[in-house]
Write a protein that binds this ligand. Sequence first.
Ligand code: ADP
Length: 283
Amino acid sequence: MGNAIEVAELVKTYGELHAVNGLDLEIEEGHIFALLGPNGAGKSTTVEILEGFRKRTSGHVSVLGADPEKAGRAWREKLGIVLQSTAVSSLLTVRESVTHMAHLYPHPREVDEVIDAVGLTEKADAKAMSMSGGQQRRLEVALAVVGRPELVFLDEPTTGFDPDVRRAFWKLIRSIKDDGSTIVLTTHYLDEADYLADKVAIIAQGAKVAEDTPAGLRGRAGEAVVRWRDASGAHEKRTTTPTAFARTLLAKHKGEVPDLEISRPSLEDVYLDLTDLRTEEDS
Ligand code: ADP
């Protein structure tokens, strides 16, 4: 598979501020790629440049083989975009909105299938203004994917969602990927990147501080912590080989080790480690 997106040495300045400061990205076709970072890190600016909504100051950008600043309508038809703020028309019904959008594309998906995929079949004849925030967000996703886009941009798609609605939404995103689309997601939720992303780039102050699979990022924290108790009290040991260490403990105790616990650092530990020192607002 090739790359859907290639970015090299991307810079965007606003006066003195370097909102994006030398960013490199390669996003593989068919992947869900998450840009993860604290507020103000430059995620939205980057995505808006990739979408062709903002001009870069310098650097190289290729999205589906074209420069977003120069690409035309045929290129735009290959993109599905869900913006941060709600853009749905509150006067149309769900089915009217999705049908209207489908007519703008040469090879749209079946309207009712898309409405079903986002879980809005029961709301198909309801007007957006009568729906909850989570339902409106799902309608936006329906609008973004009905044109059968090769590449979907989701900018903080679940901000403000209840936990159960977020879970349902994640399943929807997965199904869009299974349908063959590449998905670029910005989020400041670690669990969201962990659940959805094939690859995660952690961004802080306009630059990439790490890029890996969620599991790979977790693995970077290295040592696991083994805790247990014996006659002399509670103990803790940090080790890169917790299984071997637990085996020696077992041998010593000849049976159940009291209060034995082995814990791995979470993605959050790695994230805080990577972004803490580099952001002013979080330090
Ligand atoms: P994120 O999406 O990671 O929260 P943004 O890309 O929105 O970050 O913002 C990156 C930085 O650029 C922030 O410091 C923000 O205040 C600044 N910024 C964004 N848009 C503009 C603009 N139009 N004019 C001036 N500064 C901006």
